[in-house]
Design a protein around this ligand. Structure first.
Ligand code: SF4
Ligand code: FE
Length: 489
């Protein structure tokens, strides 16, 4: 079986025995918890769409390792066409869920660990790549969701891992045994962690040669003994536990971020993919970040499509759709959204084959893509809030609309065009509120800012990757400072 159904995926989660805390209490049966379930539904869409013949070409492909049909979320990209299809797949998922559907982090980690371990083995004579290939076959054959896990707690930001007062501020190896390693630390902001089968850990940043204990990559099942999970809060998250559906905004789907604690967790050697190779941590971090910066040119665009749709709908419901400034604002939203998509496609089309055989995006263009993502969704949110009007944040609750006495009055004074039911306007405003102010804004805005690295991280990469000397020479040639050899006619 290489393609799981959503039901089989849910059955897998129900079998997991994990230690999860929320609101200071241990959570049992988290699959049916009303605050968690929307995020599981979003992840399940990655399984559902792979069953649909309409999306077969985008959602599934042939494994480069086994020749079997697999979900594209477990694929090692074999061409620039694969990279482009990845972006299209993420846009589709964003359109279908209107939120972060979480499965891409693992896909990006697979591809980065795959090509980095190959180059690490070539230099050091290690056997990590072979191990990782075996691991990937297991992931593909069982259609697993794997959480790529990078961001540490990081303690004092002015100090590197080895200089921290608390050495656990960055996840590290605390013991090396004959049969494996023991690790301790904490990874923050882990997207979709408890909706995953497995965790694939990577180091957080470049390391000094003396910081070998922090240079570690490995994979373990999510329910490994010693793992502790604490559910992250999101704005308006408890609306998911209220009766009714309207005030949720997005009534089916949502994101999930988890504080992930490794309390002296044992990892057998066959699951270790880096053990002290500090000279390869920069490559692994940059490649993973590059793949994930490409991802945002797909997922955020898909969610942006739903926001543009909401802007058009609410403008119509309000009777304002014909106003030229409203039309212009919606055009501006489309321009911003398609610019992000263009960046996602461009860094994919300009990708190249790595020594390991899988394809890497163009890193400069992927960083440009993500830099734009740190800005444009905010501008699009400003524009849709302008179009929506203030009622989005002053509107009474669903319970008030349903109240036998005041309900008819609330509906009467919430009505705009008489041919538009008050409830339609109510639902659309709540959807816009969810994405731009509520729990959906975690995925659409804050994640756009900080996910796959905060804006400054991209600027550092851009400064490293752009060839300014070449550009200076171009200018010097054209203005006659440098001798021009090209014009011979
Ligand atoms: Fe995927 Fe986007 Fe969520 Fe990252 S932010 S996991 S790319 S949906
Ligand atoms: Fe993300």
């Amino acid at each position: 079986m290489t393609l799981k159904t959503p039901q089989e995926y849910l059955d897998d989660l129900r079998k997991m025995d994990i230690k999860l805390y929320m609101f200071g209490e241990l959570v049992n049966g988290y699959v049916d918890h009303p605050m968690i379930r929307p995020s599981i539904n979003a992840m399940a869409m990655t399984y559902q769409l792979a069953q649909d013949p309409e999306y077969e070409d985008l959602m599934t492909t042939t494994s480069s390792l086994t020749g079997r049909k697999i979900n594209r979320f477990t694929h090692l990209h074999q061409s620039t066409d694969d990279l482009i299809k990845k972006v299209k797949m993420l846009r589709l998922l964003g359109q279908k869920t209107g939120c972060c559907f979480q499965r891409c982090v693992g896909m990006d980690a697979f591809n980065a660990v795959f090509n980095t371990t190959f180059e690490m083995d070539a230099k050091h004579g290690t056997r990590y790549h072979e191990r990782f290939r075996e691991y990937m076959k297991y992931v593909q054959d069982n259609d697993l969701t794997v959480d790529g896990c990078m961001t540490d707690a990081r303690g004092d930001r002015s100090k590197s891992p080895g200089d921290q007062d608390d050495p656990d501020a960055y996840l590290r190896i605390v013991e090396r045994r004959q049969n494996g390693i023991v690790v301790r630390g904490c990874k923050l902001h882990q997207t979709g962690m408890i909706n995953s089968h497995e965790i694939l850990v990577m180091p957080n940043n470049s390391l000094k040669e003396t910081e070998k204990d922090w240079a570690v990559s490995f994979a373990i099942p999510v329910d490994t003994p010693g793992m502790v999970y604490v559910y992250g809060r999101q704005s308006s998250d408890t609306r998911k536990m209220e009766p009714g559906s309207i005030d949720k905004g997005n009534i089916y789907f949502g994101g999930q971020e988890i504080m992930t604690i490794f309390n002296d967790v044992f990892v057998p050697w066959e699951r270790v993919f880096m053990n002290g190779e500090t000279d390869f941590t920069t490559m692994l971090v940059e490649r993973f970040a590059g793949y994930h910066r490409q991802s945002y040119g797909g997922c955020k665009v898909g969610v942006g499509d739903t926001l543009i749709g909401a802007a058009q709908a609410i403008a119509e419901y309000n009777g304002a759709a014909k106003a030229s400034h409203v039309k212009d604002k919606i055009i501006e939203m489309c321009h911003l959204n398609e610019t992000l998509y263009a960046c996602g496609i461009a860094c994919s089309a300009e990708g190249r084959k790595t020594a390991a055989g899988n394809y890497l995006i163009d890193l400069l263009l992927a960083n440009i893509c993500k830099q734009n993502v740190t800005r444009f969704p905010y501008e699009m949110s400003r524009l849709v809030q302008d179009i929506a009007g203030g009622y989005m944040v002053t509107m009474p609750s669903e319970q008030d609309f349903n109240h036998p006495e005041i309900g008819p009055l609330v509906a009467k004074y919430s009505t705009t065009r008489s041919d538009v039911p008050a409830e339609h306007r109510q639902r659309m405003l709540r959807y816009i509120e969810n994405l731009t102010l509520g729990s959906g804004a975690v995925g659409y805005l804050t994640e756009s800012m900080h996910g796959a690295g905060s804006p400054q991280a991209q600027r550092i990469m851009i400064s490293r990757l752009v060839n300014l000397k070449h550009r200076k020479e171009l200018a010097e040639t054209l203005c006659g400072i440098r001798e021009n050899c090209d014009v011979t006619w």
